[in-house]
Write a protein that binds this ligand. Sequence first.
Ligand code: THU
Length: 522
Amino acid sequence: MKRVFLIVLDSFGIGAEPDADRFGDVGTNTLRSISRSDHFRIDNLKKAGLCDIEGVDFLSGFAGHYGAVGRLREASAGKDTTIGHWEIAGLISPSPMPTYPHGFPDDVIAAFSASVGRGVLCNLPYSGTKVIEEYGEEHMKTGKLIVYTSADSVFQIAAHEDIVPVEELYDICRKARSILKGRHAVGRVIARPFKGGPGGFYRTENRRDFSLEPTGTTLLDELKKAGRDVISVGKIRDIFASRGVTEAVVTHNNTEGMAAALELQKRDFNGLCFVNLVDFDMLYGHRNDADGYAKAIAAFDEWLPGFVSGMREGDALIITADHGCDPGDISTDHTREYVPMIAVGKSIKPVNLGTRSTFADVGATVGEMLGVKCDISGKSFYMEITSENKVYADLMNRAEAARNNSYSPYSGFSVGAALLCSDGKIYEGCNIENASFSPTICAERTAIFKAVSEGEREFEAIAISGGRHGEISDTCSPCGVCRQVMTEFCGAGFKIVLRTENGIKILTLKELMPLSFTKGEL
Ligand code: THU
């Protein structure tokens, strides 16, 4: 059982990205702004390595921090929550989600109107409370829908619950969702029901978001497909329009989100627990409240050691963010910033990864940690941060790559092997099957025979990675025939590098073949 807890501190940016000028965000830095507050306390984050991340030079580092750290740049063209989370999950968006500073174009409104059989009022960026104050009465008289937007990529529909019953409004939103595709694929369609009368209109709690489905494969899809648990805490489920999520815990704020993560830590599951802590952004970043933000970070900082001490052998915790929202900036919008990456776990070592080019590296890493081959963007840094021996970790990477050549249509089980010779050369092999099953050869023997036929006679180690297609099994250890072949060519100290639940395990040939039959017996 392997568990990854991936926590997104919503909007916790650590400094403007090189292209911040294109977003009007030059010089922004969420962390630096909140660090000036009297309420700012991050002793535990510091011990994990936050202040040793590249560019966080305005705060003093911590010699001997225990986490692996890195700074991540956003490869997507955007700075919003959805695009940021999708990128963390391995889906890069080359164009931003559309926004409508002058309202939606006529053809969109006409199609929407025709589809729902009602007229439209407003169609401009508006404050949610003002819009019902100003258009509520006319809406009640005519039954026309109040459509408005904001600086975000949203299509919002306000309607009085007595005029348009909530279920009907949700249906209207679904229709809007099906129209808002392609060029007009807004991030969210939002139902905004309200009640009351002129002068006293108020919004009800029946708001509902209809998110855009991810436009490509994400880490969540791949994990679910491979049978892993994908547990959403907070708004993760919404951000991914439920796709790839196997279970969701509803939370409303940071306190509930952190409590939910602690509860889940006590439970057995095999996969990902993906948490979004929303208060940083929603309550403080957007309101330019640096003190509030600093207090919220201090609360997270206080929560951290308890969580870390409850981590099990195979667990990993990754802390990151989806964009910035500098409360010290004049605007209240998100800011185009680098985000931090801190990884913590019993077999994660305190390396500094410098700056990486995409948030997607997190998704690729989580996939590898969980032993699932994911067809997503990003480059895994797992092998760089595990405390396992680098030579063997690299050898395992080569074995994993060799698996791609496996010819295993009959068993559906692909295996790759990488054999390290004493002269430093590495020979790879994969399993090759046959319609008449018995001529099948294992990956290990392919690699060994390849090397022997090239004249190699001295061997150090072999790494083996295998599993059902698309999966990496924890325990793909060599079959008896391969062990016998190893006995022929390799000494008792020859090392067999296997994947286990908690990373890499190294066994000697003697351990695998204690009473072996050798040429000495003849
Ligand atoms: N296989 C290997 O390549 N190596 C092992 O250590 C175990 C089994 C292959 C043989 C066959 O193609 C498939 O896995 C299922 O047995």
